[in-house]
Design a protein around this ligand. Structure first.
Ligand code: BGC
Length: 251
């Protein structure tokens, strides 16, 4: 077993953390979580992360943290479903100061995709793979030859005059009380559009709703392979920890 690392996933409604063995991609023990503070400023979120980290002392050293928006070299560039006080803030620096540990800070869907490509549904896949996470928003990550092209924001692609995530996120399914046939018809529209533009070999569908894949899989229609994410809503935590491991190795 290699050094156990802490992975943290900042979401619109909750912040989740878990201990990960980066040599297997598996969570060791169970996740802990706390509600995202109502006033989700960088300082308030960093304080919650410090409380969660204190509950998971088995993990030492660098910490991986995902953020629900664009992150360039640690600096936050968008804030669709979180406090705008994050804009322009170096998330790695803020969380690192709260934890007194090195931090790798990256987009949540990029992290989920890294986990799935390395140890999950996309393991060994060398073609073009698109990971989509359905949650409060829609996150995306694209891989070619196993390498990530970071910060794609396909959830904000326009579909019939509406952003995709306002049309078919998991949150929209709940808020608009859509049944699976209704919601999947919308997802199909999104997948067809993405397919026409990027021609991926496979789509990997993630987010908590992917745990109900069997219920909507027969309704999916797109001319590419479709796989459910293997790590469900743990993928962000796992990918964050893998990013922390990688950052530690590259110095
Ligand atoms: C953000 C993405 C994020 C996704 C999932 C979108 O609103 O723009 O960066 O990956 O939500 O949290």
């Amino acid at each position: 077993m290699s050094q156990l690392l802490l992975g943290v996933d900042i979401g619109g409604s909750s912040i989740k953390a878990g201990v990960v063995d980066p040599s297997t991609g598996l969570l060791v023990g169970s996740m802990v979580s706390a509600p995202t503070p109502r006033d989700s400023t960088p300082q308030n979120v960093a304080a919650v992360i410090a409380q969660l980290a204190a509950q998971l002392p088995q993990a030492t050293g660098p910490v991986g943290v995902t953020y629900p928006g664009v992150v360039q070299w640690g600096v936050v560039r968008s804030a669709a479903n979180i406090n705008h006080a994050w804009l322009g803030v170096n998330g790695a620096v803020v969380v690192s100061a709260a934890l007194a540990r090195p931090v790798a800070f990256l987009n949540d869907a990029d992290a989920a995709g890294v986990a799935e490509m390395r140890w999950g549904a996309g393991r060994g896949h060398m073609g073009t793979a698109i990971m989509l996470t359905f949650g409060t928003g829609i996150g995306s990550a694209i891989f070619v030859g196993g390498r990530l092209f970071p910060n794609t924001e396909f959830g904000h692609m326009e579909l019939d005059g509406k952003e995709a995530e306002v049309f078919c996120s998991a949150r929209v399914r709940t808020v608009e009380k859509l049944d699976f046939p209704q919601w999947t018809a919308r997802v199909n529209h999104f997948l067809e559009r993405m397919h026409a533009l990027f021609w991926p070999d496979i789509f990997i569908l993630g987010g908590a709703v992917s745990e109900r894949f069997a219920e909507f899989a027969p309704l999916l229609r797109v001319a590419a392979g479709i796989r459910p994410a293997q790590f469900g809503n743990q993928a962000g935590i796992i990918g964050a920890a893998l990013a922390a491991a990688e950052q530690a190795h590259s110095g």
